[in-house]
Design a protein around this ligand. Structure first.
Ligand code: GDP
Length: 367
């Protein structure tokens, strides 16, 4: 599953949000017998109306959605990068995730103390971002020291380019800017450096504005501030009310819809976070549909049929012969695989076929 780390200052609502995720996981637990339960991890489905539409046609024994794995990275505070307290352990957890969800407090509530005395999401975001940048500087400087020693008398152009990229990145980070915005981020040298030190601040970020129950659509100036910060980083914002999410996660499906509608909403904040995390990384889904199960599989946009087959099993990728593919819209239009075949919309595709979002697929392979 796609892995997402939740960060934010203490008392901004991370645990509340995470409780909601855990409830959502436990409601689904029967579908994921293979998931071990870990206290700071919640695996939740990515909502996808297409999966439900296919299942309604096929009537399978089981429906398996794509999933997102959330890790609660609590305890990130000012000084974490210097290893104060348990800081470094948290940073290690962040390194393992693909997307960071940065929760910022955008609710006023006199009963909830703020660690810095007043509510100011811009300052809060800056505290966390600064720690992450400092952590990257530390790793980079260690690496750069070693690389510079290697370059003594060396004419290895690749290494020299990488050192130059490292110096450029160090200056950029020292300016308080995230690695994701460094100039020349797509050059070979910078990519090689990123692969090497895996900067935390090169990861995709989604800002999560935790709003009060009185502002479910996020119209307060506090949220406007979060939007401004996100826009400067080319990141998205999700407005969530953690308290409401917690309540929602405990409701049955029909009650959920009613609850959301009463706030003028159609989808829970957690569903939006899961979906956005998925799309932020350029991920798409293809489907397998049979009487045993209808299932969504996750691939990166642009991947070819054999790699997609490899998601299901490495043997299918290795022995790949061809794929029988039905476009999602065709499947819905003709209502079954047999009717798609009869209508001539089931296509035979070879190893160079680039998968499209929503493809319904059968892979043929040699064992
Ligand atoms: P964490 O330290 O970031 O994990 O924060 P918590 O989830 O423990 O939340 C801190 C406090 O803020 C708790 O008392 C929560 O009940 C409260 N809180 C969290 N989200 C909301 C919200 O959306 N509205 C209000 N009014 N309070 C919230």
């Amino acid at each position: 599953a796609l892995s997402v780390g939740i960060v934010g200052l203490p008392n901004v609502g991370k645990s509340t949000l995470f409780n909601a995720l855990t409830k959502a996981q436990n409601a689904q637990a029967a579908n994921y017998p293979f998931c071990t339960i870990e206290p700071n991890v919640a695996v939740v489905p990515v909502p996808d109306a297409r999966l439900d539409a296919l299942a309604a046609l096929v009537n399978p024994a089981q429906i398996v959605p794509a999933t997102v794995r959330f890790t609660d990275i609590a305890g990130l505070v000012a000084g974490a990068s210097k290893g104060e307290g348990l800081g470094n352990k948290f940073l290690a957890h962040i390194r393992e995730t693909e997307v960071i969800v940065h929760v910022a407090r955008a609710f006023e509530d006199d009963d909830v103390v703020h660690v810095a005395g007043c509510v100011d999401p811009a300052r809060d975001i800056d505290v966390i971002d600064t720690e992450l940048i400092l952590a990257d500087i530390q790793v980079l400087e260690n690496r750069l020291d070693r690389m510079v020693k290697q370059t003594k008398g060396s004419k290895d152009k690749e290494l020299l380019d990488k050192v130059a990229a490292g110096k450029r990145l160090a200056d950029h980070l020292m300016d308080g800017k995230p690695a994701s915005t460094v100039e020349g981020a797509d050059t070979l040298a910078m990519q090689a450096l990123f692969d090497d030190i895996r900067p935390i601040t090169a990861k995709r970020v989604i800002y999560c504005a935790n709003v009060g129950e009185d502002d479910p659509n996020g119209e307060s100036p506090l949220v406007a501030k979060v939007r401004e910060i996100a826009a400067a980083r080319g990141a998205e914002v999700v407005v969530v009310c953690a308290r409401m999410e917690e309540e929602l996660a405990g409701l049955a499906d029909d009650e959920r819809q009613e609850f959301l509608a009463s706030y003028g909403l159609t989808e829970s904040g957690l569903d939006r976070v899961a979906r956005l995390a998925y799309h932020t990384l350029g991920l798409i889904s293809f489907f397998t549909a049979g009487p045993k199960e209808v299932r969504a599989w996750t691939i990166t946009a642009g991947e070819k049929a054999p790699a997609a087959a490899g998601q299901i099993h490495s043997d299918i990728e290795r022995g790949f012969i061809r794929a029988e593919v039905i476009g999602y819209d065709d499947y819905i239009k003709h209502q079954s695989e047999a009717k798609c075949r009869a209508a001539g919309v089931l296509r035979q595709e070879g190893k160079d076929y680039v998968m499209a979002d929503g493809d319904v697929v059968h892979f043929l392979f040699n064992v």
